[in-house]
Design a protein around this ligand. Structure first.
Ligand code: AMP
Length: 308
């Protein structure tokens, strides 16, 4: 088993979907990644920052799932990062209504001493300088550095983002963001261009249309599990990333073949995330539910064709 460092926002989110609306609830990239990775019982630590307004019970949720939270700084006089978004009727696209950086604006991440030798680093969504700051604190170059980001950082910190992208092995990004980053409509061409920026592996998430994993000329595709009800897609991308990183940390095998399984785990966990608002579904997820859904995934995608 490998140690895992998780970086990302720990946040308050206010979400609106065609099914309802929430006030400020628990959110953030590191929260979703941590909850998702905790399904693998890995030795993981979260690095983030919150304000004095952040309830201890929210931090305890991560702690109770076995995530080390000593790297989550609490700025007593500060306010927690806040994001608000509204989903369109197709639930695949959304508008960001507000992004208030608050304590994130002056955040200097500190990786807990015991985790500076972690083999896997999951750089979740937040300022690319913070992502790079975490990489710089590791004792050695990690066995695998994975980066997730979003259009917000492309808009306001593109050159910092390109710098950190150079230093990672895997990028997980959604289709719209891959197009924005490369200026290419074809995702195959976009993945090639992203390879040229640094990452050897490129994962492009396509929401309800699944995910693609590219490595050189190899491509693997996993559909998303067709679900009866999708209430809130918030955090699905981070949950995917947490499942992907958590599975690789558990198995310690970073081959392309094993990454295919990591994509399946990521997709499976993300399929739970969207069933309830916010983190609700992920907080109560049980091993047997995951197991059952992996079987459904297998049944969905397996077929036997005899090729003459
Ligand atoms: P996802 O739906 O996977 O893209 O992630 C949604 C989560 O990302 C929410 O819980 C937000 O708090 C968080 N988030 C939104 N905007 C940003 C941003 N600019 N940087 C970091 N995290 C963000």
């Amino acid at each position: 088993m490998s140690k895992l460092v998780i970086v990302g926002t720990v946040a308050f989110d206010a979400i609106e979907t065609p099914f309802g609306k929430t006030d400020k609830i628990l959110g953030g990239a590191a929260t979703y990644i941590g909850l998702s990775a905790s399904n693998f019982n890995v030795d993981a630590a979260a690095v983030s920052v919150v304000g004095g307004d952040f309830p201890q019970e929210y931090l305890n949720l991560l702690k109770d799932r076995g995530i080390n939270i000593s790297g989550i700084e609490i700025v007593k006089e500060g306010k927690t990062f806040f994001w608000s978004g509204k989903y369109h009727n197709d639930m695949n696209s959304r508008d960001t209504l507000a992004t208030e950086l608050n304590v994130l604006e002056h955040f200097n991440p500190v990786v807990p001493e015991d985790y500076k030798d972690a083999e896997i680093v999951m750089l979740g969504n937040l300022h690319p300088l913070v992502q790079q700051g975490v990489l710089d604190q590791m004792n050695n170059k990690p066995k695998l550095a994975i980066l997730d980001t979003m259009n917000f950082w492309m808009d306001i910190a593109l050159s910092d983002l390109l710098n950190v992208i150079k230093n990672v092995d895997v990028i997980t990004i959604n289709d719209e963001e891959a197009r924005q980053l490369t200026g290419e409509y074809s995702l195959v061409v976009a993945a090639q261009k992203i390879h040229e920026m640094g990452p050897k592996y490129v994962v492009i998430k396509k929401g309800e249309h699944g995910a693609l994993l590219f490595h050189d000329d190899n491509v693997f595709y996993a559909p998303a599990l067709p679900l009866k009800e999708v209430f809130d897609p918030t955090g699905a991308g981070d949950t995917f990333a947490g499942g992907f990183a958590g599975y690789l940390a558990k198995t310690g095998d970073i081959s392309f073949e094993n990454m295919k399984n990591a994509v399946i785990y990521g997709s499976t966990l993300a399929s739970f995330c969207v069933e309830k608002f916010g983190t609700e579904r992920m907080v109560n997820l049980k091993d047997n539910e995951v197991h059952k859904r992996l079987q459904q995934f297998k049944d969905l995608t397996q077929f036997e064709i005899v090729l003459e």
